[in-house]
Design a protein around this ligand. Structure first.
Ligand code: DAH
Length: 344
C-alpha cells in the first residue's frame, strides 16, 4: 500500500492542468472522498494495527499534498492567459476609455488660436496678487466705491508681513500692469487665467471663474482697432452670422469704456433664458487704456495709446456649447465632461 501511496504522490506532484477540465479531473481523482486517495483511506481500515500509524501518516501527507497542489494549480490556471479555445472572437471589443479636454480648455485654446493669428502673444500672471496690481495701478482710488464692484477674497491684510493687502485676483487685468511694467510698447498680448470673487454660487455666478485679458498698446491705437479686433473674434468664434454691439459703460482703468454683447446664438435673437429675452449676451468689458494706468507703468500717454478688454471664458463657452449652468464646469461630473469627446 505504501508503494501505491508513493506512486500517487509522484502523480500529484507531476500533474499539470492546462484547462479547467483537467483541474476538475485532478480534484475528483486526488482530492474528493470518492477518488483514489479517498479509496486508500477506506483501505486503511483493514491495515493491521501495528502498521496503521506509519501508513496513516504517509497517507495523510499525500492528502495534504494533493489539496495544496489543487490550490496551486487553480491559481496557476487563473493567472495564465485564456486558451484560444475559450476566446469568443465574435464578441464586440471593449472600447478604450480616452480622456478629453475640459470645455473651458477647448474655448481657451480656440481664443488663443484666434488672437495669435492677429499677432497677439500669450502671457501669464499671478493668482495671488497685491493691491497695487489688482487695484491701485488700474486707477481704482483708495477707498473708492469702485473697489466694491468686485467682492475680494483677501489673503493677508496690510501690516501682517506685507506693506499692502494681498488678495486673490478679482480679474486678469493685473497681468496688463505686469506686462506694461516689464515691456515697452508695442505690446500686443492676451492673458488667460483664473479669477476669484466672493460671490454666492448659482447657475450664473461662481466664486472662481476664468477670463482672458487682451491688451494692445502702441502709437496711434484707437477705438476702431478695438472694434475691428472684437468683430473679427466674434466671426471666428461664433460664425459669420453673429453680431456684435458695444454699450457705453464704466471701468476705472479705461476711458471711454464699453461692454461688448454678442447676438444670442441659442435663440437667434428671438429671446431665451440665457439672453434674458434681450437677444444679446454680454461677453466682455473693454475700452481705451486710461492715461493714468499708462503713467503708473511709466508709459507716456502722449506718445502711446492702447485698448484693453476682459472676456469671461465661461460665458463664451456657455454660448458656444449651449450650456445653461455655470456650476457644471467645476463639478467634474464625467457624464457632462464626456460630452466634449471629439468636440473641437
Ligand atoms: N476687469 C474687468 C472685469 O473683471 C473686465 C475688463 C473690462 C477688462 C474692461 C478690461 C477692460 O481690460 O478694458 O470686470
Amino acid at each position: 500500500m505504501e508503494e501505491r501511496i508513493q506512486s500517487l504522490l509522484n502523480e500529484v506532484n507531476g500533474y499539470a492542468a492546462g484547462d479547467k477540465a483537467a483541474l476538475e479531473a485532478f480534484r475528483l481523482k486526488y482530492v474528493s472522498k470518492k477518488g483514489a486517495v479517498g479509496e486508500l483511506f477506506e483501505e486503511l481500515k483493514q491495515v493491521p494495527v501495528e502498521q496503521k500509524k506509519t501508513v496513516g501518516k504517509v497517507l495523510n501527507q499525500l492528502k495534504q499534498t494533493a489539496e495544496a497542489r489543487l490550490q496551486e494549480l487553480t491559481e496557476l490556471l487563473e493567472a495564465s492567459p485564456v486558451s484560444s479555445a475559450e476566446i469568443d472572437l465574435s464578441l464586440p471589443p471593449i472600447p478604450n476609455q480616452t480622456g478629453n479636454l475640459h470645455p473651458l480648455s477647448l474655448t481657451r485654446y480656440r481664443i488663443i488660436e484666434i488672437f495669435e493669428r492677429l499677432g497677439f502673444s500669450v502671457a501669464d500672471g499671478p493668482e495671488i496678487e497685491d493691491d497695487f496690481h489688482n487695484f491701485s495701478a488700474l486707477n481704482f482710488p483708495e477707498n473708492h466705491p469702485a473697489r466694491e464692484m468686485q467682492d475680494t477674497f483677501f489673503v493677508e491684510k496690510k501690516g501682517a508681513g506685507s506693506d499692502q493687502d494681498m488678495l486673490l485676483r478679482t480679474h486678469t487685468s493685473n497681468v496688463q500692469i505686469r506686462m506694461m511694467e516689464n515691456q515697452k510698447p508695442p505690446i500686443r498680448a492676451i492673458m488667460p487665467g483664473r479669477v476669484y470673487r466672493n460671490e454666492a454660487i448659482s447657475a450664473r455666478a461662481h466664486c472662481f471663474f476664468h477670463q482672458v485679458e487682451g491688451l494692445y498698446v502702441d502709437k496711434n491705437v484707437g477705438f476702431a482697432d478695438l472694434k475691428q479686433t472684437i468683430y473679427h473674434f466674434a466671426k471666428e468664434m461664433y460664425g459669420k452670422d453673429s453680431k456684435i454691439r458695444f454699450r457705453p459703460s464704466y471701468f476705472p482703468f479705461t476711458e471711454p469704456s464699453a461692454e461688448i454683447d454678442v447676438s444670442c446664438l441659442i435663440c437667434k435673437g428671438v429671446g431665451c433664458n440665457v439672453c434674458k429675452h434681450t437677444g444679446w449676451v454680454e461677453i466682455a468689458g473693454s475700452g481705451m487704456v486710461h492715461p493714468n494706468v499708462l503713467r503708473k507703468c511709466n508709459i507716456d500717454p502722449e506718445e502711446y495709446t492702447g485698448f484693453a478688454f476682459g472676456m469671461g471664458i465661461e460665458r463664451v463657452t456657455m454660448l458656444r456649447y449651449q450650456i445653461n449652468d455655470l456650476r457644471l464646469f467645476s463639478e467634474n461630473d464625467v457624464r457632462f465632461l464626456r460630452q466634449f469627446q471629439n468636440v473641437v
